[in-house]
Write a protein that binds this ligand. Structure first.
Ligand SMILES: Cc1cc2nc3c(=O)[nH]c(=O)nc-3n(C[C@H](O)[C@H](O)[C@H](O)COP(=O)(O)OP(=O)(O)OC[C@H]3O[C@@H](n4cnc5c(N)ncnc54)[C@H](O)[C@@H]3O)c2cc1C
Length: 607
């Protein structure tokens, strides 16, 4: 087989370039030492000068974390050239292997996974003895360097709920829709029918996947059951039903926030990026009136601890686990908890208290989903499939790996309501449909589905394990702390079972019932109790945690005001998924980017 030229330009050259330039980009910066009125302590100044006693490093903005939200902030705040911006990122460049979406499965074991684990859950992650994996991306691009790239703007009512909770209508759907559109470059499935509902000139590419085995059959079954299909990202027009899945994939390759917002601006002279720089805490000083003010960030890099100074603001965008950790190590958090670790509290706030996550469950039998008497799928390992991907970025290899490392492309996703949901315009369960083909000798086609509770009633928490920044925090999602979350999922499992088991469409294709799930064999097969058991046993995190530093109306129930400022500490904001008042009803990548883009708008408007 000859190596196509496309292969060299699409993969080989980027790989070589990425390998050669994996080091830091060191851009000379203007040094601007704080004057005496800033009251920097000798300790802060000496750490800022470093062991070599060089001049302190000083910037206008320091941003901690270059992930979904952080990368956008870096881009927008450095755009005019007027602000000197430092990005401290704990990881390095994204690994180019994961640019190939199908390689995402290898991320779990890689160095760019923060690799957290939860405390033991009473009712989830049964297969892991209750200790759920909690992956997060550690690289420029953050979790967008490793995520599933599924594009979901969630529901208009999510943002209206944020606006109502904060009392700030600038967060309502009507007011944030333009911000969403401003960062999107939409080429998805619904472009022609719904062009006005998506942005066309932003940095974030939204595209389609062409390999959707068996989608026509599923659509036919939905029609038969009266479940509508349309663009679930379009806004108020279509809020419940199923949709084709758009992805942040361009020409078959990952389009995360590194590709969209950081890579194009690496040579900005007013931007400094320190890779492998682990932010430990925010440095603060007290002003005459007793208020606290952020003046810099202490970080560890290549074994050295230094402090960088921020003349305008410190912005924490470390994500839902690390942002609360940094705040708490800085004395910003629940006093009761900080006292126990001998950390002096400067702001007593409910940091880490409102963790939310979507529990999700794959409905499969012991060996597979529903077996179909047909073969819609194609062999992933065939030379044609590989060549098609290399040449065009399309075909079976262009999708994602799900189902225990096996390959099961997602063909549609949907929103449906449980019986408990009173507002049918704001569904409470998300569903993913996946089709799996197994090559000969067994040659089988399976279809299965997964559901996740997208507006869970349970809240969890993140706490410090110790005052040592090297220790991982304690993550407790408290899955199914409110048992309603199980019932909500069971309702929609029953609806979906009806689509698959009772539609003439699937009967035509000889659908066979799924196998008994052995840990639940004490329950009557396919009864509500059986599904309840399955949900509790199999549920895992769906990688959408939020709200550990949430914004809200006051410092009793929130950490940030609606301008994303930390209550009681000036010049300090938290801008990432942790800032969300409540978890939005779906995948959190676009909402996190929205927070980043909106945060930049707020800051620039204040200048
Ligand atoms: C495996 C996986 C699959 C997912 N799939 C999807 C999907 O298909 N669709 C979707 O919409 N969403 C998905 N998500 C969720 C989405 O990626 C996240 O919601 C989003 O990236 C969160 O953005 P963020 O800015 O809050 O944090 P992140 O994107 O995680 O960025 C945080 C950044 O801060 C850095 N950082 C943290 N602590 C420090 C520190 N102390 N010092 C310096 N740097 C630090 C991190 O290294 C990271 O780069 C997925 C997430 C995961 C993990």
């Amino acid at each position: 087989m000859t190596i196509p030229l496309n292969f060299i330009s699409r993969y080989a050259i980027p790989l070589v370039v990425a390998t050669v330039f994996l080091g830091d980009v060191n851009i000379p910066q203007q040094i601007n030492i704080f004057d005496k009125t800033q009251r920097l302590s000798d300790e802060i100044l000496s750490k800022a000068r470093g062991e070599g006693a060089g001049p302190p490093e000083s910037f206008d903005y320091i941003i901690v974390g270059g992930g979904a939200a952080g990368a956008i902030l870096v881009n927008k705040l450095s755009a005019s050239g007027a602000n000197r911006v430092l990005l401290l990122e704990a990881g390095g460049d994204p690994n180019p292997i994961f640019d190939v979406p199908n390689a995402q499965r290898y991320f779990w074991e890689s160095e760019i996974n923060w690799d957290y684990t939860t405390v033991k859950q009473e009712r989830a992650c049964g297969r892991l003895d209750g200790y759920c994996d909690w992956p997060r991306g550690k690289a420029l691009g953050g979790s967008t360097a490793v995520n599933g790239l599924l594009y979901n703007r969630c529901k208009p009512k999510d943002y209206d709920a944020w606006a109502n909770f904060t009392g700030d209508q600038s967060w309502s759907w009507a007011n944030i829709k333009e911000t969403f559109n401003s960062i999107e470059d939409y080429h998805g499935f619904y472009e022609e029918t719904n062009g006005t509902n998506h942005g066309l000139n932003g940095e974030m590419y939204v595209g389609t996947l062409d390999y959707l085995p068996g989608i026509e059959v599923f659509e036919e079954a939905l029609k038969e059951k009266g479940i509508p299909t349309g663009d679930l990202n379009g806004g108020e027009e279509f809020t419940s039903g199923f949709t084709k899945i758009d992805h942040n994939i361009k020409d078959g390759l990952r389009w995360g926030t590194y590709q969209a917002f950081l890579q194009p601006i690496l040579d900005r002279p007013n931007l400094v990026i320190y890779r492998y720089a682990y932010a430990i805490r925010v440095e603060t000083v007290s002003d005459d009136n007793g208020t606290h003010r952020a003046v810099g960030v202490t970080y560890e890099r290549h074994g050295e601890i230094r402090t960088a100074l921020a003349q305008k603001e410190v912005i924490i965008s470390g994500g839902v686990v690390e942002s609360p950790k940094i705040l708490m190590l800085s004395g910003i958090g629940p006093k009761e908890d900080l006292d126990k670790l001998n950390i002096t509290t400067i702001a007593d706030l409910p940091v880490g208290k409102y963790l939310q996550e979507h529990p999700g469950v794959d409905i499969v039998g012991s060996s597979g989903g529903f077996f179909l008497n047909t073969t819609f799928g194609r062999d992933l390992s065939s030379p044609e499939a590989i060549l098609q991907f290399i040449q065009n970025g399309t075909g079976p290899r262009s999708g994602f790996a799900f189902y225990g490392g096996g390959y099961a492309p997602q063909i549609m996703r949907g929103y449906l309501s449980s019986s408990q949901n009173e507002d049918k315009e704001w569904p409470d369960v998300h569903i993913y449909i996946r089709e799996r083909y197994s090559p000969p000798p067994n040659e089988t086609e399976e279809i299965y589905f997964a559901v996740d509770a997208i507006r869970p009633k349970s809240f969890g928490s993140i706490k410090l394990a110790s005052s040592d920044h090297k220790d991982k925090p304690i993550i407790d999602p408290n899955f199914f702390g409110d048992l309603d979350d199980i019932e909500i999922m069971v309702d929609v499992i029953e609806t979906m079972m009806d689509v698959f088991m009772n539609s003439t469409t699937y009967k035509k294709y000889g659908i066979q019932q799924l196998d008994l799930y052995e840990p639940c064999q004490a329950q009557e097969f396919l009864s509500r109790d059986y599904y309840r058991c399955m949900v509790q046993e199999r549920a895992t995190p769906y990688f959408h945690p939020t709200s550990t530093c949430r914004m809200g109306p006051n410092s009793t129930v929130a950490v940030l005001d609606s301008k994303l400022r930390v209550f009681g500490v000036n010049n300090l904001r938290v801008i990432d998924a942790s800032s969300m008042p409540f978890i939005p009803s779906g995948n959190t990548n676009m909402p996190s980017m929205l927070i980043g883009a909106r945060g930049a708008e707020i800051i620039l408007a204040e200048q």
